[in-house]
Design a binder for this molecule. Structure first.
Ligand SMILES: CC(C)(COP(=O)(O)OP(=O)(O)OC[C@H]1O[C@@H](n2cnc3c(N)ncnc32)[C@H](O)[C@@H]1OP(=O)(O)O)[C@@H](O)C(=O)NCCC(=O)NCCS
Length: 337
């Protein structure tokens, strides 16, 4: 039984004072097969290490996977030290390098959201000014800005955040992303996912693909295949002041523009544009003949399939009935080539 849970080699950047700022791991692995695990065990000890690039040559020659061998060969030819991370179990995060490795695993589609132990991710990710001159420690930013101004230029600060944008580390195949700043490293974008300008995907959250994402996918939320998150729609997260139920949305659902959900939904559900369902929202269930069945809190419908939620424009009450029109996503809209 292999002792290796995850492994990566890549580049690290640090502040002038030596604080780690970010790590780039181009070929991370999770649960390696026995041969690769044995090779990793024989070449790297557990934890985070600086490795001389030359020492990666032997590893590149021995590794079976051609893509990984190619990455290793390129790293071995570099003239800078590399960082290797070997995690023997999926334990709480205890270093910035381990945090970056787990975020890479998610965005490389090697792990689904909510399947990794991310405890400690906030504590171990440094806050960074992400600029067009690279990552800068916010404490060192004023001096860097002054220097740039004195040289006649300026530094464009794109974000000040613990999480960088995903696309500077990995671009999963078969996706379209209208505004790269709205997707954090650690987001999971399945094949065939389109994220429009209003779409946003947090770390440890994502869309299994194919999907149209024009709204916000909060931390922990997963959007199932062929579901559509309408313009500015919202999925309720659990990080700050949200409920404790992790939201997931099944297949072939449509969350209308400006709508939102605080309950998980099964397959083929629709929420009318502009309607926000929270766990405590009173919802009147309507049967096939249009008669009221009963009124309940929305949380009782959590996880249900084939549900259509509307706010009745005549009475103002929120109603749920059988969803007759499961959406078919427009093929042309979702083409990625
Ligand atoms: C909820 C929604 C799917 C209903 O669509 P629809 O096409 O009106 O649905 P139906 O045709 O099944 O409506 C059945 C009946 O309910 C009525 N109805 C629909 N919404 C209603 C409401 N909020 N209050 C009262 N009656 C309503 C319809 O007018 C229709 O009445 P009719 O049978 O007398 O003609 C639609 O309003 C919606 O919000 N779609 C989301 C689209 C969207 O935001 N996409 C993302 C873009 S970014």
């Amino acid at each position: 039984m292999s002792r290796i849970f995850a492994f990566a080699v890549g580049t690290a950047r640090s502040s002038t004072a030596g604080t780690p700022l970010d790590f780039y791991f181009p070929a991370p692995v999770i649960n390696p097969d026995p041969d690769l695990a044995a090779l990793i065990e024989g070449s790297f000890s557990s934890g985070v290490h600086q490795v001389a690039p030359g020492s990666l040559d032997r590893f590149a020659e021995a590794v079976g996977d051609p893509a990984m061998a190619d990455v290793m060969r390129r790293l071995a030819a570099a003239d800078r030290a590399m960082t290797a991370v070997r995690l023997d179990a999926d334990e709480p995060i205890d270093s910035p390098a381990a945090a970056y490795l787990k975020l890479h695993l998610l965005s490389h589609r090697l792990a689904l959201p909510n399947t990794l132990n991310l405890d400690g991710v906030f504590a171990h990710l440094p806050n960074v000014a992400w600029t067009d001159a690279g990552p800068i420690d916010p404490a060192e930013l004023p001096a860097a800005q002054l220097k740039a101004r004195l040289d006649g230029g300026h530094i464009e600060v794109l974000a000040v955040d613990k999480f960088p944008r995903m696309t500077n580390y990995v671009i999963p195949s078969g996706v379209r992303i209208a505004d790269a700043s709205r997707i954090r490293l650690g987001a999971y974008l399945g094949d065939g996912t389109t994220v429009m300008h209003e779409g946003q995907i947090n770390f440890n959250a994502g869309a299994l693909g194919p999907n149209m994402v024009e709204g916000r996918i909060s931390q922990g939320v997963i959007l199932g295949e062929h579901s559509d998150l309408g313009g500015s729609a919202s999925t309720m997260g659990t990080l700050s002041g949200g409920g404790e139920i992790t939201i997931s949305i099944g297949k072939h659902c449509l969350i209308g523009a400006n709508a939102g959900t605080g309950i998980p939904l099964g397959d083929r559900c629709t929420i009318e544009a502009g309607l926000y369902i929270t766990a405590g929202t009173p919802v009147t269930l309507i049967d096939e003949t249009g008669e009221d069945v009963r009124t309940m809190k929305a949380r009782e419908l959590a996880g249900g399939s084939d549900l259509l939620f509307i706010r009745n424009g005549r009475t103002g009450r929120i109603e749920c009935r059988s969803n007759r029109k499961a959406i078919e996503l427009n093929d042309q809209l979702h083409a990625h080539n």
